[in-house]
Design a protein around this ligand. Structure first.
Ligand code: F0G
Length: 431
């Protein structure tokens, strides 16, 4: 067996063939690979050969890199396939950030519309490998949408715990439509997370939150695929947003590629958190112990989380990459989103933290203007239509957010003259 589970906190190792989510010391677990058995140059050759596979497991943008996932028989692999997402020039979003070389990796182009599918293909595969009969997760929406879809495609019941009234409509719609048993908890995500852990322990349901070490393995494929799209040229900066699973996966993937000699440059990682859900930022800024944030709040509901489980993995990646943590306001998130959307790319609010943060860091001179920067967009624009409409109709005053770049719909009479008047007013009459 060339892999085991290893504790990020104390280094204890466990058998990967037995279900386990945390170490006896309470620390989170990683899949640890014996990289000495792998040859970096041969892997790149293999991955290049698989690129563009038309069907089957190798068509997956996760299992293309299966040598760095985990050993499993093909029959268990639950793939749609996922990944193979685009890497866009930043366009208007790059101009807005003052970083002309900004690229945006759009993980909202995955099968259920978020980057969660990358981790979920691995999580669901592990569930099948362990012969689990049901799966569960707590979620702000995207994980549940993804889990419900993968469970449905393999005929497994899915139990979903969501914070009541706090998830975006597109995501709730998916969970219901894919047939997940959806339990709305009177509490926030952190309450739902505590409950699902208890339920899974007690009832033997397989837990598919990112505390599940196999989930993070799949999410590493974002960085593998980005680098393959860049012909293995390493950018200067990666800018993930979030609640810390994503950036933990990113740095783990980079560390493995570096150890294998596939890359020789270490890019810097800038983790961007929303101001209202910023435990890692506070710890970083104040050089204090980790402290969860009570009652987290942000319009980016996907990352409205006060106690992210992966914070220790995040710190490891930040130290390794000489990384930094930044926070962004509600207004900065939504203005950045307006620019990502106006670039014709489009993403949900949480995703756009990365552009808001990149802009802030460029203005502060931390990221040089000519740097090669890759931002990770995590979710599709259609996931949260309320946030989009609220911004463009300028009705987000309860959050103190102004529709700075609002594209407000205009009501007119159904007459040619009325159309002409609007076009003149908007200086579009020469169309
Ligand atoms: N972006 C989006 C769109 C998300 O849905 C999430 C997390 C994140 C970023 C942060 O993820 O922890 O991997 O960095 N959503 C979870 C969910 C909590 O339940 O869907 P991370």
């Amino acid at each position: 067996m060339s892999q085991c589970l290893s504790c990020v906190h104390c280094g204890a190792e466990y058998d990967i063939r037995k279900i386990r989510y945390v170490c006896d010391c309470g620390g989170v677990l990683d899949v640890k690979h014996d990289l000495s058995k792998l040859d970096g140059a041969k892997l790149v050759e293999l991955w290049e050969r698989r690129w563009g596979a038309k069907r089957g497991i190798e068509a997956s943008g996760v299992w293309r890199y299966r040598e760095l996932m985990f050993d499993v028989h093909d029959e268990f692999i639950a793939t749609k396939p996922e990944g193979n997402t685009r890497l866009y020039p930043g366009g208007k979003a790059a101009e807005f950030a003052g970083l002309p070389r900004l690229l945006l990796k759009h993980e909202g182009e995955n099968p259920t519309g978020s980057f969660k599918d990358r981790g979920m293909t691995c999580g669901m595969t592990a569930a099948l490998m362990f012969n689990s009969k049901s799966v569960a997760c707590a979620s702000t929406g995207n994980t549940s949408a993804s889990m419900a879809a993968y469970a449905a495609s393999r005929g497994l019941p899915a139990v979903i715990f969501i914070p009541s009234g706090k998830i975006a409509y597109g995501k709730l719609a998916q969970a219901l439509a894919y047939g997940g048993l959806t339990l709305q908890i009177d509490g926030n995500f952190d309450d739902a997370m505590a409950l699902v852990r208890e339920v899974c322990d007690e009832m033997g349901i397989y837990l598919l939150n990112s505390i599940n070490p196999f989930r993070i393995e799949g999410q590493k494929a974002i960085v593998f695929e980005t680098l393959q799209q860049l012909d293995w040229r390493v950018p200067d900066w990666f800018v993930p947003g979030g609640k810390l699973g994503n950036n933990s996966a990113l740095s783990k993937g980079l560390m493995e590629l570096h150890e294998l000699g596939i890359i020789d440059k270490i890019p810097r990682i800038a983790v961007i958190q929303a101001e209202g859900a910023n435990p890692l930022y506070k710890m970083w800024r104040d050089k204090t112990e980790y402290q969860p944030v009570r009652d987290p709040d942000t319009i980016a509901t996907a990352i409205k989380i006060g106690d992210p489980v992966s914070w220790e993995k995040s710190i490891r990646g930040l130290e390794w990459s000489d990384g930094i943590v930044e926070q962004v306001t509600e207004q900065e998130i939504m203005d950045a989103k307006a620019m990502v959307d106006a670039a014709g790319i489009g993403a949900e609010p949480a995703s756009c933290c990365c552009v808001a943060g990149a802009k802030k860091l460029a203005e502060a001179g931390v990221i040089p203007k000519d740097a090669d920067v890759v931002g990770i967009l995590t979710g599709n624009i259609l996931k949260d239509p309320d946030a989009v409409i609220g911004y463009h109709q300028d009705t987000l005053e309860d959050r103190n957010i102004k529709g700075t770049y609002a594209n407000t719909p205009i009501s007119i009479k159904p007459e040619l003259e009325a159309v002409k008047n609007v076009l003149v007013e908007k200086a579009l009459e020469k169309l």
